[in-house]
Design a protein around this ligand. Sequence first.
Ligand SMILES: [Zn+2]
Length: 128
Amino acid sequence: MARRVPPRHQNKPKVRIKVKIKKDDTVKVIAGRDRGKTGRVLQVDAEKGKVLIEGVSLVKRHTRPNPQKQIKGGIAERESPINVSNVLIVCPSCHKAVRMAHHTDTVAGGKSRRTRVCRKCGATLDRK
Ligand SMILES: [Zn+2]
């Protein structure tokens, strides 16, 4: 009897992509249809390595009216997630799209904390 091979999608190892972009970051799109646009990050999907950015990658959704659910019909514009590799963080102090570096600070008590810093000017990208 032939050995049962599980379908491909079940076989795939779950690789969590390191997403350095966080929610509410301002990012610039560097590739794709919306190249050059900047916007605020609304959502981060670490499993798929995708981010949802305000006003970027808009798609038109055609919706049917559903009076029971108070849904109006028509064409609505919604953002769709784009790959993290296509965006760069915008530094709040030098206003450039930059790659980020990590800086380890030692906080009182011997603990260390990693902060994201701008590679161009060294300003911290994390808000407290
Ligand atoms: Zn900077």
